[in-house]
Ligand binder design. Structure first.
Ligand code: GLN
Length: 496
């Protein structure tokens, strides 16, 4: 049979596997063929793992076969994502496969263990085709900070896919794989999802284990997923989330088991629209598309009302103190002794200096310097201490807003995908891409990004829904109702 994964949803793939219309090996091979065809121009992967994928696919096929021979209950016990090809962002450890974090310093680092979020997906039966490209240590908004070269946006190869999870987002948008994982410290799932025209969920802080996620900003980092639609993201999120004693900030709550219905009725849903997220200077087409999507939610029965998040303007300076401060502490371990690249030298200090000098990229060094400065004696209170206080105010904005509304709807980023190189010499312009995504990380609330239209150049536009802590279900249900009644999420780029 002629298998075309690029035209299928995850549900259709899983149903086909269960019915034995095709095998996981065939499905995986079809994805590998697309990767081999399109990857040279997209560059979504840092490490390609076809042998591993085919081994896992054969194992999945063996389990499908056994379940068909056994009694009917064996079929029910099959893992929910058995045989599904995915990519894993290269900041999440997968045992025995190198994990570079987009950095030269970890070029040869092979972790001996697997991140919990990845292990849960493996337990659910996924097949891993590779580790996807990322800005170095997830620091960036374009994937241009990867030491392995940038990823290209499949909608326009001259443009960035967003970042830092740009490899995962571009791969899903190009339908190389139906799903991929990401991490989001300040927007790294939501912004690339928006730039690539797909759906991406940043869960509540503490909802998905950070164990085995290489730390960037430990109080901000969360692990989430990409797919074409909210329904598909839900299938992954249900598997990835849940308590993990190996992550001390993991919340001890029952794992979610979100079941989406075919209902498109949003009656009673209160949607908050924050003025602070429609700013001067944003691309007018983004505002138009987001407002039209809010009108569509209203047409389904939701009630939109203004809501205020008054401390929004401080999110950018607060984030760019707290995230670098935490990064400067987290990255101290890459010293040329314990991990990765080592530049031999006469003294220990020289080994540290030379290894870090040679192994870390310019943006990572900038963050380490910013963070070290913000934490240093004499400046700590003025910078880091103040930032923590303002962070509390930002969190309180959300808690207050969610007394009146169930979800907040706003743009994901002020513009659509920019050109490769456009912001590389201007860190502030790059940081400004994050204005609408940083607040959710500072507050710890979940955020979902999904496509709501295109600009005049044919580039996708994303809308963000944010919700109260642990209310991912409200976001996914709302986006699902939207997607049942619209078609943006079904559009895929025409590839060369
Ligand atoms: N662009 C932001 C940064 O560079 C967010 C990155 C992320 O979420 N990992 O820090």
């Amino acid at each position: 049979m002629n298998l075309t994964p690029e035209t299928m949803t995850i549900a259709e793939m899983l149903a086909g596997l269960r019915r034995a219309d095709f095998t996981s090996r065939e499905l995986t091979q079809a994805c590998l063929a697309r990767i081999e065809r399109f990857e040279p121009r997209l560059h979504t992967l840092i490490t390609y793992t076809p042998e591993l994928a085919l081994r896992q696919a054969d194992e999945a096929d063996r389990r499908y076969r056994e379940s068909r021979q056994g009694d009917p209950s064996a079929a029910l016990a099959l893992p929910p994502l058995l045989g599904l090809p995915v990519m894993i962002k290269d900041v999440l450890c997968l045992a025995d496969v190198r994990c570079t974090c987009g950095s030269k310093i970890l070029e040869n680092f092979v972790p001996p263990y697997t991140a919990t979020a990845v292990q849960r997906l493996l337990d659910a039966g996924v097949v891993v085709v590779g580790k996807s490209n990322t800005d170095e240590y997830a620091m960036g908004s374009s994937t241009e900070n990867s030491a392995y070269g940038p990823t290209h946006n499949p909608w326009d190869l001259e443009r960035v896919p967003g970042g830092s999870s740009g490899g995962s987002a571009a791969a899903v948008a190009a339908r190389l794989v139906p799903a991929a994982t990401g991490s989001d410290t300040g927007g790294s799932i939501r912004q690339p999802a928006a730039y690539c025209g797909i759906t991406g969920l940043k869960p509540t802080y503490g909802r998905v284990s950070r164990y085995g996620l290489v730390a960037y900003g430990s109080s901000l980092d969360s692990v989430g997923a990409f797919a074409a639609s909210a329904a598909e993201v839900t299938l992954l999120f249900n598997q990835m989330a849940g308590y993990d004693p190996r992550d001390s900030t993991s919340c001890n709550l029952r794992a979610p088991n979100i079941q989406l219905s075919r209902s498109t009725d949003l009656k009673g849903l209160r949607v908050g629209v924050p003025d602070e997220y429609f700013i001067a200077g944003m691309q007018p087409e983004v505002e138009t598309a987001v407002r039209a999507a809010i009108a569509q939610l209203e047409a389904l029965g939701a009630v939109a009302q203004p809501v205020s998040l008054p401390h929004t303007e401080y999110a950018l300076p607060v984030y760019y103190l707290i995230a670098p401060a935490e990064a400067s502490a987290n990255l101290a371990r890459y010293d040329g002794v314990r991990f990765g690249l080592r530049e031999p030298s006469q003294s220990l200090w020289d080994v540290f200096n030379k290894s870090r000098g040679a192994g870390l990229g310019a943006e990572v060094k900038r963050r380490i310097m910013l963070g070290t400065y913000a934490l240093s004696a004499g400046y700590y209170d003025a910078y880091y201490g103040q930032a923590q206080k303002v962070r509390t105010l930002i969190r309180q904005d959300f808690l207050k807003a969610f007394q009146d509304v169930d979800v907040i709807a706003c743009p994901v980023a002020p513009s659509t995908a920019f050109r490769l190189g456009e912001h590389t010499d201007d860190p502030l312009a790059m940081y400004l891409e994050d204005v609408f995504t940083l607040p959710a990380n500072l507050a710890g609330v979940p955020g979902l990004s999904f496509p709501v239209g295109f600009d005049g150049r044919g580039l996708p536009i994303g809308m963000q829904l944010m919700g109260p802590h642990f209310k991912e279900e409200a976001l996914l249900k709302t986006a699902h109702a939207y997607q049942l009644t619209t078609g943006w999420h079904k559009r895929a780029p025409e590839l060369f």
